[in-house]
Write a protein that binds this ligand. Structure first.
Ligand code: G3I
Length: 378
């Protein structure tokens, strides 16, 4: 036994060039390793990525991320384009990808006013359906989809973007036809279909005080009615000058105080200037304006990149500060090439919101985030 230990220690000393290896912890070299024990670090996947066509992405995703969410393939227009006809082929591949790579898989999203199939709100004559019919359609969609992935999808964005920035209910067709109870019903149906799945409410601009209060009100009301809700997803479509970190922090704290998990979902930091509201009507201004709102077509200048990195680091410092409340931080995409931000809020721009460049090369921010996480105690 003694002989074995001496051999092991001698081997260690050799391997580490003389450093006492027993005292040395293995240094994290990927985001996945660095954030382990703090929160899941996730990414949204697009079709080419989960189908395995994008081999460069595949390498990055497997190595760097511990959680995935589908950018589009689990939205209702894709899963049930015609009433009663469900298409699970692509979503099945997405879920299998997560399982194969031991990732936390989130389903996005069951009930959202956008990307709904045409038939959902109308009958065969095009007339708006009754409350009862829409509830039944919601029940069938949720039961079928959540039931299909029972035990495999660990968390669902059950309702997405139902609250306006001022805290009132969005006047979506779900709201207009069913009333605010559509939210409660959606959570109940999801719970019936998979009692073990975590159920989330997910929305953007959650840092706005009005929206924060509206979401807190809505979640408290669900809890008072005995409805299971496990978490709140704060979409992170952020910019260089919004939101104020203090507002973001106030929302993290307010949501956690409801006794639910907080997740930063859909994180991407635009490096581009936000377009101005009213540009006037002078046609001669258009070219100058185009240049002004799409200024970095060939790459970010060093000073802009440095500011962008610092802003990302500031956000992650905040998330790490609240790692007792935050269970997952998910980027909305892998590489700048596929980011929706290249087309929003202005089409055809060249934006740089994600952690990997257009060729899937890790930007400098990746090692900075790894170091930041490593410096943060468990
Ligand atoms: O798949 C079709 C393709 O067949 C067709 O050729 C092509 C032509 O435009 O469109 C493709 O579908 C597009 C799809 O993205 C896949 O690229 C849709 O038109 C386009 O509308 C859709 O955009 C998605 C958007 O949600 C829809 O509202 C974005 O990729 C996706 O990033 C975005 O994600 C949302 C979250 O789900 C909720 N929160 C906000 C976030 C950003 O809008």
């Amino acid at each position: 036994m003694k002989l074995f230990i001496s051999i092991a220690v001698a081997g260690c000393l050799l391997m580490l060039g003389g450093e006492p290896c027993l005292a040395k912890e293995k240094k994290a070299t990927t985001l996945r390793e660095a954030f382990k024990g703090k929160f899941y670090i996730g990414t949204a996947l697009n079709r080419a990525q989960y189908m395995g066509y994008d081999t460069k992405a595949d390498e990055v995703v497997k190595k760097q991320f511990s959680a995935i969410v589908a950018e589009n393939c689990m939205k209702s227009e894709n899963l049930q384009p015609q009433e009663g006809k469900f298409f699970f082929d692509e979503a099945d591949k997405f879920v299998a990808y997560g399982e194969k790579n031991k990732m936390f898989v989130t389903g996005h999203t069951l009930i959202w006013h956008s990307q709904t199939p045409r038939w959902l709100f109308v009958d065969k004559d095009g007339k708006e359906v009754s409350r009862e019919v829409l509830i039944e359609r919601m029940r069938n969609h949720i039961h079928t989809v959540v039931g299909h992935y029972k035990g495999r999808i660990k968390g669902w964005d059950v309702v997405n973007e139902a609250i306006e920035d001022d805290g009132s209910f969005r006047k979506s067709r779900f709201y207009k036809i069913i009333g605010e109870d559509f939210i409660k019903l959606a959570f109940q149906f999801a719970h019936e279909a998979d009692p073990d799945a975590e159920l989330y409410y997910n929305d953007y601009s959650m840092y706005l005080p009005g929206k924060r209060e509206g979401v807190v009100r809505m979640v408290k009301s669900l809890q008072a009615q005995g409805v299971k809700i496990d978490g709140i997803g704060m979409q992170g479509h952020v910019g260089m000058d919004y939101p104020a970190l203090e507002d973001e922090e106030n929302s993290i704290v307010a949501f956690a105080s409801l006794g639910v998990k907080v997740m930063i979902t859909e994180l991407d930091l635009s490096a581009l200037p936000a377009p101005k509201g009213n540009r006037g009507a002078n046609i001669a201004d258009v070219a100058a304006y185009q240049e002004q709102i799409n200024p970095y077509k060939k790459g970010l200048p060093a000073n802009v990149e440095a500011a962008w990195e610092n802003r990302y680091l500031d956000f992650f410092k905040l998330f790490l500060k609240h790692k007792d409340k935050i269970t997952r931080v998910t980027l909305w995409g892998v590489s700048d090439k596929g980011s929706w931000k290249n087309n929003f809020p202005v089409r055809g721009r060249t934006d740089y919101p994600l952690l990997f460049d257009r060729d899937y090369k890790a930007k400098n921010i990746v090692s900075k985030l790894i170091n930041l996480a490593a410096q943060t105690k468990q």
